[in-house]
Design a protein around this ligand. Sequence first.
Ligand code: ATP
Ligand code: ATP
Ligand code: MG
Ligand code: MG
Lengths: 256, 256
Amino acid sequence: MTAILTIANQKGGVGKTTTAINLSAAIAQRGKKTLLIDLDPQANSTIAFFDAADVKTSMYDVLSDHRAELGSVIRPTKDEMLFVAPAKLALAKLEQQLAGQFDSPFKVKDALAPVQKDYEFVIVDTPPALGILTVNGLVAATHLLVPIQAAYFAIEGTDDLLETYERIRARPNPDLKVLGVVITLFDKRTNISRDTHEQIRSVFGSVLFKTRISKNVRLEESPAYKETILTFAPKSPGAIEYRKLALEVIQRVEED
Amino acid sequence: MTAILTIANQKGGVGKTTTAINLSAAIAQRGKKTLLIDLDPQANSTIAFFDAADVKTSMYDVLSDHRAELGSVIRPTKDEMLFVAPAKLALAKLEQQLAGQFDSPFKVKDALAPVQKDYEFVIVDTPPALGILTVNGLVAATHLLVPIQAAYFAIEGTDDLLETYERIRARPNPDLKVLGVVITLFDKRTNISRDTHEQIRSVFGSVLFKTRISKNVRLEESPAYKETILTFAPKSPGAIEYRKLALEVIQRVEED
Ligand SMILES: Nc1ncnc2c1ncn2[C@@H]1O[C@H](COP(=O)(O)OP(=O)(O)OP(=O)(O)O)[C@@H](O)[C@H]1O
Ligand SMILES: Nc1ncnc2c1ncn2[C@@H]1O[C@H](COP(=O)(O)OP(=O)(O)OP(=O)(O)O)[C@@H](O)[C@H]1O
Ligand SMILES: [Mg+2]
Ligand SMILES: [Mg+2]
């Protein structure tokens, strides 16, 4: 059974893309064939692997009236177990184009159906909004993974996301589960990180992953070199933590 | 003539809200009556001044069919020259509700018209998306102010924003000008910050503000205490830099 993990949080800049890229790579490194789908029009996950100019067809072609096959836009990466379905800026137009079509929340789910059995894991990166693209990611998913920054503004926004999760479970995807919440951009030198970490733990309890991703400049640098943290700085805290997170994610999926 | 500055960048977590709050406060501190309008459903600018539970009426009531007067939702702050028009989560529903109404991009501009002469500056905070709320901010604005993080992903996204700016200028708001681009979250210890700073300078030239906002934990802490940086840590680099930015912003507006 393929695990489809959608990474979502409408708060901006909390590490959704950084988690999507490096978690996918760490899961692939454990020998599990993995597909990373980029649903963000900013295409940050895409440009961490490819030059934007080299991407001809993308998720826009799959979800728009072109109805291209998902299989035809999937590209290999330097890691033979990791594949990427790229995004393009044009995805932003879908918000308007799909509004009102009754089947619009199911586009990604339907596009994934013919290829998902080829992968053990599918990871979906989403934009910082709860619009039609993120909804598509949640409807297609088996599990939701929420990165939360250990910061004041980042905690306030989780009610909104959980309300959307309940609405998705009520109708288009009753099987959706929360796989877990992961603290990102943790800076052990500041009080605000430690205080908010405690607050997040008291709100989420065992849903919180034990692995915490700390601030580490190598994580910021690696996409500029079109590498994941695992090859760019394999001994850095970022690489160690994302490998640990991958273990926890695989374990939670297998226990499900 | 009231200056209406909209702070926008669809890249998440680049310091839009932190700039909206502290720039508004620094401009008010120079004796200019200032209104901060929060158009982000996450209401981060709002919760930096008030408890979310205390906000009864908000920009949602002004922009939805309730058509409340903007004047009736504006609230005073501890600074007698600074006022805030709060946001609420319900704003997120407007994306769907306003889609298709021919006058939907002009809602904020129309709501502002009867009150704007009471303020010398109006600052508008927007969500990390180029949807109907951000478009409303750009249509109502005299100037656009773009915070950019000195980071790899943050640079890639500016084409998209500038394309939207051109489209707004072509039709609903021909008078819109770019007031400037400000580098935020600058970390002088890392190469990536320095490298990307050079890249941003070569792309934007004199449009780039001389003032650069560096990473400073006090900026992250102050909203948790419902204070702006100017009262929370008046001698911190964050307070000094936002006061300097306010001077540059006032100067550019007056030269216009
Ligand atoms: N653990 C980390 N250590 C250091 N920098 C990080 C870390 N995680 C993310 N970053 C940096 O923080 C910024 C925001 O991260 P990222 O772009 O992954 O967040 P996001 O949630 O995907 O943003 P958006 O909301 O725009 O999609 C990026 O510049 C990224 O390189
Ligand atoms: N100069 C700075 N130094 C340290 N922390 C900062 C600075 N500017 C912003 N931050 C912190 O970085 C995070 C992102 O900033 P902020 O919320 O202002 O960005 P935003 O662009 O408004 O995000 P969103 O896209 O979600 O609206 C917040 O936790 C904030 O406290
Ligand atoms: Mg992202
Ligand atoms: Mg914000």
